[in-house]
Write a protein that binds this ligand. Structure first.
Ligand SMILES: Cc1cc2nc3c(=O)[nH]c(=O)nc-3n(C[C@H](O)[C@H](O)[C@H](O)COP(=O)(O)OP(=O)(O)OC[C@H]3O[C@@H](n4cnc5c(N)ncnc54)[C@H](O)[C@@H]3O)c2cc1C
Length: 273
């Protein structure tokens, strides 16, 4: 197997078009494939030396994350932890620290089953990619529905959620963080006047490419049934008593889902209030 080192996206695309070649970034997912005995390509196109594919750049109310940015770099970035706590939680639940220092966000998305995908879908992320046909930017949910292949992901753009947002992230795997998920779920609920104004939920896991659960939106009966939070809690989210840390209450994890589902409090606890 030969390893090629293109200096530009155009060179990399030309090398990929040349036949039995695979793109490689951190190589950690490919390593798992080969450990399972899947065939190795004749050439690996290592995109690690292409400029402009690394880094986390704030752009207005969103972050543009270069495809070669490692999960470790994202995990250590204080702004990401503060502004995108859902993504930070998904990263902490993906692989172990040593793997996260090699694994890239582009590789996780390109694999179409990565543990970051439910969180990125809930956050309404977009994918910037190039192919021989040109460049394009698509919502991640749409990008995942396209036929795979022939594209290089350049960046993932993630909007920062609004002020009154609650989020959840659950991963069920064979181990908490060291193996890909059996089931992974992430959700964001935007609350306006104590009611659910927007909801984005996504579920994936195993070999399944996660979809956005579009029918589980704010109009779904289980989210409509009752106000999402008490007025006192909503005022706290809005920053009323958050003088010390304005953002501390901005995105709070849900309580674990009740057996009845739909994120409602178990009846006994709800009635005590
Ligand atoms: C011990 C171990 C534990 C792991 N645990 C998890 C886990 O819990 N959850 C999880 O999701 N994953 C896990 N993985 C898999 C892997 O670490 C991650 O999915 C990682 O983010 C993949 O990124 P990479 O850069 O290493 O991808 P690579 O292995 O380099 O590539 C993966 C795939 O994406 C393609 N690709 C890479 N970059 C691009 C790009 N920019 N554009 C287009 N295609 C691209 C490659 O051709 C290949 O098909 C684990 C791996 C190991 C070894």
């Amino acid at each position: 197997m030969q390893v090629l080192h293109p200096a530009s996206i155009a060179d990399a695309l030309a090398m990929l078009a040349g036949g039995d070649a695979r793109l490689v970034a951190g190589g950690t997912a490919l390593q798992l494939e080969w450990a399972k005995g899947l065939p190795k390509p004749r050439s690996l196109v290592d995109i690690g030396q292409i400029g402009g594919l690394k880094g986390i750049v704030p752009a207005g109310n969103e972050f543009r994350i270069g495809a070669l940015t490692t999960l470790g770099a994202l995990e250590r970035d204080a702004t990401v932890r503060e502004e995108l706590p859902l993504l930070a939680a998904a990263i902490r639940a993906t692989a172990g620290p040593a793997v996260r220092n090699l694994a890239t966000v582009g590789g996780n998305v390109a694999g179409r089953t990565g543990c970051l995908l439910p969180a990125l879908l809930a956050l309404d992320a977009r994918v910037e990619s190039s192919s021989v046909v040109g460049r394009r930017t698509l919502p991640l949910s749409e990008w995942l529905r396209q036929e795979p292949g022939g594209e290089i992901i350049e960046a993932i753009t993630v909007p920062v959620p609004g002020a009154h947002v609650r989020w959840t992230h659950r991963k069920i795997g064979l181990r908490a963080a060291f193996t890909p998920s059996v089931i992974g779920a992430a959700g964001i609920i935007e609350i306006v006047d104590g009611r659910v104004a927007a909801a984005r939920l996504a579920v994936g896991g195993g070999m399944v490419t996660p979809p956005r659960l579009r029918r589980a939106g704010p109009a779904s009966p289980c989210l409509r049934r009752r106000p999402a939070v008490s007025r006192r809690r909503l005022e706290r989210f809005a920053g009323g008593d958050r003088g010390r840390d304005r953002r501390a209450g901005r995105c709070l994890p849900f309580r674990p889902l009740s057996p009845q589902g739909c994120g409602q409090r178990p009846r006994a606890r709800a009635e005590r209030r």
